[in-house]
Design a protein around this ligand. Structure first.
Ligand code: PHE
Length: 358
């Protein structure tokens, strides 16, 4: 019995002294493994007479259980200690300020879209979206641009390969098809803006094959040109963040609006430098008009009951004007130095009350 008692003490103190999981495992194997000392003593039981074997067996089992429990407890202790050491070492100070140089920057296109959306959201508009691969009906026909209409040529359309029925999908040439999808799927009153990518087969100093627009659409029973004007003047004043921006509505033509207008904002070009605001120059920034009755009808709305206005503008263009970015093509160069210069800090979300671009 004495050898069992001393074996027990020996194993327990070895377990307590083990400083690592590996050391502890050695202690376990030496005691309880296949060739372990306790296992050896168990094997000897077979050679004993029944009476002795019973007493010896019980004693051995008790020691075995005690040793196994002690090994388990020590294992948990060691694991806890290792975890605590790691937590102490890998401490992260969440109170440190954001470091812009490692957090990435918001691209001016995203920033400008967010600003425009914030302004219209404040006026009660919601955001709508549509597919970039469009069918002919949504991109043209429903917008009062029938086949053979000259406006189709003006759009420099990217066509996808012909379908079995002879029709061809297009890369949308403007965000106006979202007008159609919205009128088909919502009942008035409608107040949406639709930002997104648009495509035209055109590439030079001032055109890229992919660019961005934001569309606006308001449909209700008594919406008139005065609402269109007030809404866009308010937008321009807020967006450009300068004390006064003259706004001019110039008669124009779009197949899907009647009457149609282009909106110009005042600017000065004194000393070769372009400044938005009062001055003797004008810059065109968007197209707009009252939704054409044919468009309402194509969407299943009764033109005698409903009317409204729509507008569309190029995101790159207004971003260039607001942020003094001289070259359109640099938007798509993915040049980190450019992005660092013209980009925005991610956590400064644009809001009308809190500041659009700070
Ligand atoms: N879709 C027109 C364009 O791309 C812009 C526009 C939208 C004009 C809505 C009037 C109304 O040029």
């Amino acid at each position: 019995m004495d050898n069992l008692a001393s074996l027990r003490d020996e194993v327990l103190s070895a377990a307590a002294a083990a400083a690592t999981a590996a050391e502890l495992d050695e202690v376990r194997v030496a005691a309880l493994g296949k060739k372990g000392r306790l296992t050896g003593l168990m094997k000897e039981l077979g050679g004993l007479d029944p009476e002795t074997r019973k007493a010896r067996g019980q004693a051995l089992n008790a020691v075995k259980d005690e040793v196994a429990a002690a090994l388990d407890a020590r294992k948990t202790e060691l694991e806890d200690a290792a975890l605590n050491a790691r937590l102490a070492q890998e401490v992260a100070d969440v109170t440190l300020p954001v470091r812009p140089e490692v957090s990435g920057m918001i691209h001016p296109i995203s920033q400008t879209m967010d600003e425009v959306i914030a302004i219209f959201a404040q006026m009660g508009f919601t955001v709508a979206e549509g597919p970039e691969i469009e069918d002919d009906f949504h991109n043209f026909t429903a917008l009062n641009i029938p086949p053979e209409h000259p406006a189709r040529q003006m759009h420099d359309t990217f066509y996808l390969p012909e379908q079995a029925d002879g029709s061809r999908f297009v890369l949308r040439t403007h965000t106006s098809p979202v007008q159609i999808r919205t009128m088909q799927n919502q009942t008035p009153p409608i107040r949406i803006v639709a930002p997104g990518r648009t495509y035209r087969c055109d590439s030079d100093m001032t055109h890229t094959p992919m660019f961005h627009q934001i569309e606006g659409l308001v449909i209700d029973k008594a919406t008139h040109f005065g609402h269109l004007k007030g809404c866009l003047v308010e937008f321009v004043q807020t967006f450009f963040e300068v004390s006064e921006v003259p706004v001019r509505f110039r008669p124009s033509f779009f197949p899907f609006t009647e009457p149609s207008a282009e909106v110009d904002i005042g600017c000065s070009r004194k000393g070769g430098e372009l400044t938005i605001g009062a001055g003797d120059g004008w810059l065109e920034i968007l197209g707009c008009g009252m939704v054409h009755p044919n468009v309402l009808a194509a969407c299943g709305l009764d033109p005698d009951e409903y009317q409204g206005f729509a507008f569309g503008m190029g995101i790159e263009r207004i971003a260039m004007l607001k942020y003094g970015i001289p070259d359109l093509r640099t938007f798509f160069d993915a040049d980190l130095r450019w992005l660092k210069h013209y980009g925005f800090v991610p956590l400064d979300l644009p809001t009308v009350t809190g500041g659009l671009s700070r």
